[in-house]
Design a protein around this ligand. Structure first.
Ligand code: M6R
Length: 599
C-alpha cells in the first residue's frame, strides 16, 4: 500500500512526480505529497494534501512554485499509523524542513526511536512512524555530511519494513533504501527515476533494476549502488519493462475496471498462446524444475484465494493430487501440522507483494511455486519457480483480469502435470486443452451478453442491501468471488453460500425481493430444490447458467474441470454496474488499496 516516486535530473520534477503519482494512486489514496528542491540549493519545498492526487495538483497549481532543480520525491498514502490528515501525509521532514522522506512499510521500533529523538530535542509534527526517519537522517547527515552515509546508518537502526526515498535541500541527490518493500530504479536520457511500482515508470524508462533487501541506491549524476555497509557494489541486473505507457491509460472506458473486464478475452488468448503449446507434452510443468509433489498447498488472500480454490480443485480433478487451500493470514495455525515431505507450496498473488502471503512463506521449508502477474516481485524472488500470468497492468483495485489469468494459468499447469504423471491419457489431455483453448471465445461472448443484463439489474437492485451467491462444488469459488467483488466496490452486504446450506440457517434472511444469484455448474437439476425453497420465500432469483431461461445465459457444454469461469463476467459486470449506479468509485473503493503490504 502507498506509492513512492522519485526523480533526479528532470527540469520540472513536480511534473514527473505528479504524473507518476497519478499512476500509483491505486496503491493508496488517502493523501499525497511531493517535495522538490528549489532553484537555490538550500531550498526544499514540500506540498501535501488530503485526498486524491488531484487535490495535491490543485494545491500546487494554486501555489505556483518556481521550477526547481529537477530533484524530488513523492508519495501517495494508505493510512496505517495515524489518521488521514495533512500532517500525517508524506513527505515527512526534519526539524528544519531541510530533509524530506517518503516511506512505505512499518517501522516497528518507531516508538522507541521517537522517544530517544524527543529526548535530544527533536520536535515531531505527525503521528506517523515514518517521521523518525527524517529526524534520524537530520542527525546523521549533520554528522557525516553525506546523505548516502547518513541513510546507510539510519537504516541500520530501523526494525520493520521499508522502501524509502530521502532528499535534502543541500544535496543534489535522492537516496533510496529497501527492506521487504519494493523499489525499482531506471534511467532516461536526462534523468534517473525510482518508484515502488513499475507502473509509475512505464513509458519513461525502458528497463529497471529491482532493489533487493538492504540495497541502498543513490540517484546523483550517476546511479550508485551501495551494500548495507555503504560500500559501492555493482548494480542489480536490469530487466526490460514489458508494459508500455498506453497499457496504463484508461482509454475510452469510463473506468479502469470496465477496461480490465473487457480485456479478459484477449489477455486470456495471449496467455494460452504462450502456455498451450507446452501443455500437451508436459513442458509447462517440467520447465519449472520442481520436485514432483505428492500433495499441494495453495496459499493466498482475497481474489487470489478464490483462484487458488479453483486451481486446487482442477489439480485434484485432472491429476488426482490432493490439494488444500490456506488463507495466508491463517498460515501460522498450520505450524504444527506435521512433516512436509512431498509437499509443494503454491503461492498465488497478482501483485507478489501481499504481506500475508510473504509472511506465510517464512514458515515454509519445501519448494515454493509462485503464480503471479509480477515476475520481479518479492514473491517471485522468494520462490523456487514462477508461473507468470501475463495479465498486464491492472489498475482497478478490484481484481478482474488477474483472477481470470490465475485460473487459466493454474488450469494449464494442472493439465500439463497430468500429462507428465500420465494421470490422464493423451486423448483426455488433448480434449481438456481444446476446451481451455475455447476460453477466449467463450469469455468474449459472456462479456457481450452479460453487460446489458447487468446494467438493467443494477437499476432494479440499487436499493437491495444484501445479496446471496449460491452454487455447488466447482461453482463455489466463483460464487465467493462474485460476493467479494460486489461487497468490495458497492459496499453492499454479499455472501456466498453452498446451495444445500441455505436451509440450515441463512434462509431466515430471505425476504421478498432479496437477490439470490444462482450459479450452475452442470448441476442445474441438483440446484433446483434449493432454488425452489428460496423462490417460494420471495427471493429474487438471478440465474447464471446455460439455459435460454437463465438471466445470464453465458455457460455452455459440459462443466470443465476448472468450473464455470465465464460466470465472472456476470459477477464483475453486475458489481461494477451497481457501483456506478450507486455513485461509487469502482476503481478506488473506500478503505482499500491495490496491494496489501501490511500484516
Ligand atoms: O496481490 P494479491 O493477489 O496477493 O492480492 C490479494 C488480495 O488483496 C486481492 O485479491 C483483493 O482481495 C482484491 N482487491 C479483490 O478484488
Amino acid at each position: 500500500m502507498c506509492g513512492i516516486v522519485a526523480c533526479r535530473g528532470r527540469e520540472h520534477a513536480s511534473d514527473f512526480l505528479l504524473a507518476a503519482l497519478r499512476r500509483l494512486e491505486y496503491r493508496g489514496y488517502d493523501s499525497a505529497g511531493i517535495a522538490v528542491t528549489g532553484t537555490d540549493r538550500d531550498d526544499l519545498r514540500a506540498t501535501r494534501a488530503v485526498g486524491r492526487v488531484a487535490a495535491l495538483e490543485a494545491r500546487i497549481a494554486l501555489e505556483r512554485p518556481a521550477p526547481g532543480l529537477g530533484i524530488g520525491i513523492g508519495h501517495t498514502r494508505w493510512a496505517t499509523h495515524g489518521g488521514v490528515s495533512e500532517p500525517n501525509a508524506h513527505p515527512h521532514r526534519d526539524c528544519n524542513g531541510a530533509i524530506a522522506v517518503v516511506h512505505n512499510g512499518i517501522i516497528d521500533n518507531a516508538a522507541e526511536l521517537e522517544a530517544e529523538l524527543r529526548g535530544r530535542g527533536h520536535v515531531f509534527t505527525s503521528q506517523v512512524d515514518s517521521e523518525v526517519i527524517a529526524h534520524l537522517v537530520e542527525e546523521l547527515y549533520a554528522e557525516t555530511g553525506s546523505l548516502a552515509a547518513a541513510t546507510v546508518r539510519v537504516v541500520g537502526r530501523l526494525r520493520g519494513t521499508w522502501a524509502l526515498a530521502v532528499t535534502a535541500a543541500s544535496a543534489a541527490e535522492v537516496v533510496l533504501a529497501s527492506h521487504r518493500s519494493p523499489l525499482v530504479v531506471g534511467s532516461g536520457p536526462d534523468a534517473h527515476f525510482a518508484a515502488s511500482d513499475i507502473t509509475a515508470l512505464a513509458g519513461t524508462v525502458g528497463s529497471v533494476c529491482v532493489l533487493r533487501d538492504d540495497d541502498i541506491v543513490v540517484l546523483g549524476d550517476q546511479v550508485t549502488w551501495l551494500d548495507p555497509m555503504g560500500r559501492e557494489v555493482p548494480p542489480r541486473e536490469s530487466v526490460r519493462l514489458q508494459w508500455a505507457a498506453e497499457d496504463i491509460e484508461q482509454g475510452a472506458y469510463d473506468d479502469f475496471m470496465e477496461k480490465e473486464i473487457a480485456e479478459q478475452p484477449s489477455v486470456v488468448g495471449r496467455l494460452l498462446e504462450r502456455l498451450l503449446p507446452e501443455v500437451l507434452d508436459g513442458a509447462l510443468w517440467t520447465q519449472l524444475d520442481l520436485p514432483r509433489p505428492s500433495r499441494l498447498r495453495f496459499v493466498a488472500c482475497g481474489t487470489s484465494l478464490h483462484a487458488s480454490q479453483v486451481v486446487a480443485r482442477t489439480f485434484g480433478a485432472l491429476a488426482g493430487v490432493p490439494a488444500e487451500t490456506v488463507v495466508a493470514s491463517e498460515y501460522d495455525e498450520l505450524a504444527a501440522s506435521g512433516p512436509d515431505e512431498g509437499l509443494l507450496t503454491i503461492a498465488v498473488s497478482q501483485s507478489g507483494e501481499t504481506s500475508d502471503v510473504l509472511h506465510a512463506l517464512e514458515d515454509v521449508g519445501g519448494p515454493v511455486l509462485a503464480i503471479t502477474n509480477r515476475p520481479h516481485s518479492s514473491l517471485a524472488r522468494r520462490s523456487h519457480a514462477v508461473l507468470e500470468t501475463s495479465a498486464g497492468p491492472e489498475i482497478g483495485v478490484a481484481a478482474t483480469k488477474t483472477f481470470t489469468t490465475q485460473v487459466v494459468a493454474g488450469a494449464a499447469l494442472a493439465l500439463s502435470f497430468a500429462a507428465v504423471t500420465k494421470s490422464l491419457g493423451t486423448t483426455a489431455v488433448a480434449r481438456h486443452a481444446l476446451r481451455l483453448g475455447s476460453l477466449p471465445g467463450r469469455l468474449e461472448s459472456a462479456h457481450t451478453t452479460a453487460f446489458p443484463v447487468a446494467m438493467a439489474l443494477a437499476e432494479e437492485l440499487a436499493e437491495s442491501r444484501t445479496f446471496f451467491f449460491v452454487s455447488r462444488g466447482g461453482g463455489l469459488p466463483y460464487a465467493a468471488e462474485g460476493a467479494l467483488k460486489l461487497k468490495e466496490i458497492t459496499y453492499r452486504n454479499a455472501e456466498a453460500i453452498p446451495a444445500g446450506e441455505f436451509k440450515h440457517g441463512p434462509i431466515a434472511l430471505i425476504e421478498k425481493g432479496t437477490p439470490v444469484l444462482v450459479l450452475e455448474n452442470g448441476d442445474a437439476a441438483r440446484l433446483a430444490g434449493s432454488v425452489a425453497e428460496l423462490a417460494s420465500r420471495g427471493a429474487r432469483i438471478i440465474r447464471i447458467g446455460s439455459g435460454s431461461e437463465d438471466t445470464f445465459p453465458i455457460l455452455s457444454g459440459p462443466a470443465p474441470a476448472w468450473g464455470p469461469l465465464e460466470s465472472v463476467l456476470a459477477f464483475q459486470h453486475l458489481a461494477r454496474c451497481l457501483a456506478v449506479t450507486l455513485g461509487r468509485d469502482a476503481d478506488k473503493p473506500r478503505n482499500l488499496a491495490k496491494s496489501v503490504t501490511v500484516l
